[in-house]
Design a protein around this ligand. Structure first.
Ligand code: APR
Length: 234
């Protein structure tokens, strides 16, 4: 049996950076161009829905053109080839993990290619632009469709499943996240409590870097394949 047989991987915007998708807090990041209170909160959506629709429509269009990079493929290969359980928990709302073949996956912050109806709570695949005047295919009501993205102040998806996986893991790997946003930034503490080995793979030390037993700095497309290969060799 390999040294680690219950692996939880947390990914952030840094994983998709080399696929051409902007991160949030790098100097040219999304939050340098938008105020998150306007486009990533329920209050912002209530105040100016068309700004929020356009913000996600623009990111959905960009996301649909992006391709997985070597780091996405290395994670999918680990899931396929590693005899243990590998759960990927992503903060990203792009579909690049799935496009690379990752299956055991949780989108804790939702997905830009799905809609959420505030009238009937249905989540549906949605690749076109969203707008207020659209009809929900499920309940056929107008005006309830919003991006299926978890905004600041809302509860991320599948937190019970994530907590159970962290409590049982013996290896926790964090990739391409600044460790700024909770609850994701607190996952490393849960992994430590479970007695897991903890590894950070990031372009620069995250805000929670000091929690990790092992840290490697560099670009995900170099770091991730080489590190994950060491897990397949043991
Ligand atoms: N390879 C590896 N890491 C990278 C790369 C790269 N090529 N490029 C950037 N990074 C790192 C940055 O150094 C930074 O630490 O990725 C991290 C990106 O951090 P953020 O932009 O804060 O993105 P993320 O941590 O995913 O944000 C978390 O905040 O705004 C919310 O909901 C949003 O899911 C998002 C959450």
């Amino acid at each position: 049996m390999p040294r680690y047989d219950k692996i939880v991987v947390l990914t952030g915007a840094g994983l998709s950076a080399e696929s051409g998708l902007a991160t949030f807090r790098d100097k040219d990041g999304i939050w340098a161009r938008y105020d998150y209170r306007d486009v990533a909160t329920p209050e912002g959506f209530a105040r100016n829905p068309s700004l929020v629709y356009e913000f996600y429509n623009m990111r959905r269009r960009e996301g649909s053109k992006a391709k997985p990079n070597a780091a996405h493929y290395a994670l999918a290969q680990l899931q396929r080839q590693h005899p243990g359980e590998v759960l990927v928990v992503t903060q990203n709302i792009d579909g690049l993990h799935e496009a690379a073949g990752t299956t055991n996956l949780i989108h804790m912050h939702g997905e830009m290619a799905t809609s959420l109806c505030t009238n009937c709570d249905a989540r549906q695949p949605w690749r076109e632009d969203l707008a207020a005047e659209l009809v929900c295919p499920e309940c056929e009501l107008v005006g309830g469709l919003r991006p299926n993205v978890v905004w600041f102040g809302e509860i991320p998806y599948e937190m019970d499943r994530i907590a159970a996986a962290l409590a049982a893991c013996n290896l926790f790997i964090s990739i391409g996240t600044s460790g700024n946003v909770y609850p994701a930034a607190g996952f490393v503490a849960g992994a430590i409590e479970a007695g897991a080995h903890t590894v950070e793979l990031n372009l620069e030390p995250s805000d929670t870097a000091s929690y990790f037993a092992e840290r490697h700095q560099g670009a995900a497309t170099e770091l991730v394949p080489s590190y994950l290969n060491t897990l397949l060799e043991v």
